[in-house]
Design a protein around this ligand. Structure first.
Ligand code: ADP
Ligand code: GLC
Length: 486
């Protein structure tokens, strides 16, 4: 079975969030199970020079889309047994950061066309092209339209994974028609049109042979109006093809026993873990103490992650005997708010604005409690990393958080964390306070941490679930195609 992952980010090359973790770790897990899985993504300027140095150029060719005709280089390298291909065009990708440019529509339409062309030069015929999020949503569309009879894509099926339904790649219809070289007939309610705009994500949602998302609960939630981001009717229509598979983490890449950013390696010893807390306190200028509970947050600073609840309760919680450490980058309003609190509570609250893999790991290791009260959460990897580093998660019961964190039950002794149901600041605060109270009871705390450490959050289970999705698709691939009609 040959699988080509088309993604806009992947570890170890470029990362802004969990998508990169998944696109880095899942191919590795699939390869280990005998599925030849390769990754194709843009060649960003962000990719570290040491890694770029390991790529060799395989081919260069022109990519025609509509009236445009652009250069495209194809590079190849292998990391950890996984083959990565890079799509090279300096005009589109030699820039700071990954996203957020005025011509993002053109950049990622180019990327989708470039992937369609690059397959001719890969020496690898994908049985399945597995696309991730809106940046690659137009690949399933192209596969069912312009490339439908192309021998390079003969018998290839497509899977589209929704990592976050909120980011849909919406652009003007005129712009997308001009980029794709198609007419109004492709911008109807049953194709790429979405509330008067053109939607790259609909390219995946309408045209992919199978849809997956990153937890079972999110798969159900997005079929409702509240979580559906106005795509719920389409997702209900495609519910037979929509499967929720919870993410895992790369337990080799994230291993407190073998993490060079930590002073003291540990696995289950809380006293060794707490030495890392003291090192984190020292680095950030907090009072040094193994006893005082430290709450960590590592996140994009966006509304999705529950920052309105965190902001509304932080000052009140800081009256308790506790320390908070926050690492994140995102919306300016949250950056300003947290900088201000840090200025006023220098002995209790530290914030680091930016993206920093080293500090993230040190916070997972140094914190006792990890707060993630998301408004919605397709899966969430941070709570899994927290569990891996024996930091007890406090989460809201939504999406993948609901599927991976079980609230501690003091009567049965079960549960690996703390959770609350309603998106409400006081429910969140009460749950943090409950965690803080139980932290003081060493025996109970050990029990909660040990409950978390007994579960397997690696890709073991979920890689099998993906293989079964691929196998189902391939079993039917010679049957006559039917087009989705909404
Ligand atoms: P999302 O993809 O929605 O941002 P996830 O929980 O799935 O959320 O994944 C987030 C990933 O990005 C985790 O690996 C987390 O450690 C990492 N991360 C988030 N913010 C930062 C940051 N500021 N610095 C370093 N790593 C971060
Ligand atoms: C998205 C989601 C997050 C998920 C990640 C990887 O960024 O917000 O919940 O874990 O994708 O699938």
């Amino acid at each position: 079975m040959n699988i080509l992952f088309a993604t806009s980010e992947a570890v170890p090359l470029a990362k802004t969030g969990g998508l990169a973790d998944v696109a880095g770790a899942l191919p590795k897990a699939l390869n280990k199970r005998g599925v030849d899985t390769r990754v194709v993504m843009p060649k960003y300027d962000e990719i570290p020079a040491a890694l770029i140095g390991q790529f060799e150029q395989v081919a260069h060719f022109r990519v025609s889309f509509s009236w445009r005709n652009q250069y495209c280089g194809l590079l190849r390298a292998e990391f950890d047994g996984v083959t990565y291909y890079l799509i090279d065009n300096e005009h589109y990708f030699k820039r700071k950061g990954l996203y957020g440019y005025g011509d993002d529509a053109e950049r990622f339409v180019f990327f989708c066309f470039a992937v369609m062309e690059a397959v001719r030069y890969m020496d690898f015929h994908p049985d399945i092209v597995h696309c991730h999020d809106w940046q690659t949503g137009l690949i399933p569309f192209l596969l069912k339209t312009r490339y439908y009879y192309d021998p390079a894509w003969a018998y290839t099926k497509s899977v589209f994974t929704i990592h976050n339904l909120k980011y849909q790649g919406l652009f003007g219809i005129d712009l997308l028609m001009d980029l794709l070289g198609v007419g109004h007939d492709m911008f109807q309610a049953d194709s790429l049109e979405f509330n008067g705009a053109g939607s790259c994500m609909k390219g995946g949602l309408v045209y992919a042979d199978k849809l997956t998302t990153v937890s079972q609960t999110y798969a159900e939630e997005i079929q409702t109006e509240y979580f559906g981001e106005k795509m719920d009717a389409l997702l209900r229509y495609r519910s037979q093809d929509l499967i929720g598979i919870v993410n895992g983490i790369d337990d080799e890449l994230f291993d407190p026993m073998n993490d060079s950013t930590l002073e003291v390696p540990y696995r289950n010893s809380l006293s060794r873990k707490r030495k890392n807390k003291v090192e984190l306190q020292r680095e950030l200028g907090l009072p040094l103490s193994e006893e005082i509970p430290l709450v960590g947050i590592v996140s994009r600073l966006v509304e999705q992650k529950g920052f309105d609840l965190i902001a509304a309760t932080l000052e009140e919680l800081l009256q308790d005997d506790v320390q908070f450490v926050l690492l994140g980058a995102g919306d300016a309003k949250y950056e300003q708010f947290f900088n201000d609190i840090a200025y006023r509570y220098p002995n209790k609250f530290k914030v680091w604005i930016g993206y920093d893999d080293r500090l993230a790991r040190r916070i997972y290791a140094g914190s006792d409690i990890f707060a993630m009260p998301s408004q919605f959460e397709p899966c969430g990897l941070s709570q899994l990393l927290a569990l891996r580093y024996r930091s007890v998660p406090v989460v809201r019961e939504t999406g993948g958080l609901k599927d991976t964190v079980q609230a501690y039950n003091e009567y049965t002794g079960e549960g690996n964390g703390f959770s609350f149901a309603h998106y409400n600041a006081h429910d969140y605060m009460h749950t943090v306070r409950r965690a803080l109270a139980l932290y003081r009871d060493e025996e109970v705390w050990k029990q909660i941490v040990s409950n978390g450490s007994n579960e397997d959050y690696s890709w073991n289970r979920s890689a099998k679930a993906y293989i079964s999705v691929y196998s189902q698709l391939l079993a039917h691939r010679k049957e006559k195609e039917s087009w989705p009609v909404i």
